[in-house]
Design a protein. Structure first.
Length: 386
């Protein structure tokens, strides 16, 4: 199977420094003023990702960023083939409406929607949106939600009276074609059970390979118990350069920009996180600036100032390609990547790492057409700058 790579749309702003936010206990602040998340700038990133050969782009959800559905709907009009991995929280919208929204997005975008289901790991943030369930009940609601949505997408009429959701005589006038694939992450026992029952791709944050292998084996066993087979993906930042020295110099530059008081404040907030995945991220660095290379070319420095994905692959293009191959050997087929700033780092990875993986037969450009060139997009590049 050819590896699949997705990039990231920084809908809370972008910068040559690490932009905070990311939820999981970090404050919702107006960040990234260096490059505000305008449709024009995000479209530049999306067009670059499409041309370079990324299959899709993850768009996050939360109080700290722009709305993912609205933003991707607008950006999709400035791209032709790139898919959008839209993060959404199932507790904030009815399952029938969500199924209808996904169906509409598929028709209007030409089948370019992927869904990243985010149950919500922090009760205080959920309550701000009017959701007062505890964490386990949120996952139980997600289970019911995906049951309803999956059946609606199959063209069924759905009657369900669950503990958290209730629909009667629910049916879509038009089902999505193709049905969007569902991505999902979670490290708690109940999250694993929901993933095993419903999702297409299970996502993990970038832990060392041994920990990732354990997580894959765990979810694979649960899925087998449901008679299902899942794919696996990993969420990482990247700092890739022509030489290892250049890459680590960039990591050091980013680290030097972390104000000690900001680090203390962010770490205090993250320590209160209910997310087991977030606690696993914190354990990789313990809030300390020393010993941040936790596996060859795997750097935990991003997690000092950012919630969520907190690790980066750092090294020469060859070294980063080797680490990708190491994760692939464990069962990871999809990589959801990002880097600061996202426009330039997309080019560094796309021009430095992807050709090496292609040479080894591990990756092919998903949009290439004829003469070894990427397919031309419909919208002139200048249109992204208006």
């Amino acid at each position: 199977m050819s590896l699949t790579f997705h990039w990231f749309l920084p809908t809370n702003g972008d910068s040559r420094h690490v932009v905070g936010g990311g939820g999981h206990g970090t404050p919702a602040t107006a960040s990234g003023r260096d490059r505000p998340p305008t449709v024009a700038y995000l479209s530049q990133i999306a067009r670059a990702a499409e041309d370079l050969g990324f299959t899709g782009a993850l768009t996050p959800t939360g109080a700290w960023c722009e709305d993912a559905w609205l933003t991707t709907a607008m950006v999709s009009q400035n791209t032709e083939r790139l898919k959008f991995l839209v993060a959404f929280r199932p507790g904030f919208v009815s399952p029938t409406l969500a199924a209808q929204m996904a169906s509409t997005f598929q028709r209007q975008s030409g089948g370019r929607l992927l869904l990243n289901v985010v149950t919500g790991g922090e009760s205080h943030e959920q309550r701000a949106y009017g959701d007062f369930l505890d964490k386990d009940d949120r996952y139980r609601r997600t289970d019911e939600f995906l049951t309803i949505v999956r059946e609606l997408w199959q063209g069924k009429t759905v009657d369900l009276e669950g503990d958290h959701l209730r629909v009667a005589d629910a049916k879509l006038a038009r089902v999505p074609d193709p049905v969007p694939e569902v991505y999902f992450g979670g490290s708690s026992p109940i999250a694993g059970r929901v993933a095993a029952r419903h999702v297409d791709v299970y996502l993990t944050w970038g832990e060392p390979p041994a920990a990732v292998a354990e997580k894959i084996a765990w979810v694979r066993r649960l899925a087998a118990g449901e008679g299902r087979t899942l794919r696996f993906g990993i969420r990482l930042h990247v700092i890739t350069r022509d030489t290892s020295e250049q890459a680590w110099a960039e990591a050091d530059r980013l680290l030097a920009g972390f104000d000690p008081e900001t680090v203390r404040s962010v770490q205090a907030g993250l320590a209160r996180s209910e997310s087991e995945g977030q606690q696993r991220m914190l354990a990789l660095h313990g809030g300390n600036r020393d010993g941040l290379e936790i596996h060859p070319n795997l750097w935990a420095g991003i997690g000092l100032v950012r919630g969520g994905a907190g690790t980066a692959l750092v090294g020469s293009h060859e070294e980063v390609a080797e680490r990708i191959k190491e994760y692939h050997a464990l069962g990871i087929d999809e990589f959801v990547l990002s880097g600061y700033p996202h426009l330039e780092e997309a080019y560094r990875f796309g021009e430095g790492v992807l050709p090496r993986l292609e040479t080894e037969g591990l990756w092919t450009h998903p949009f290439r057409s004829g003469a070894g060139q990427p397919a031309a997009t419909q919208v002139p590049f200048a249109a992204t700058l208006r």
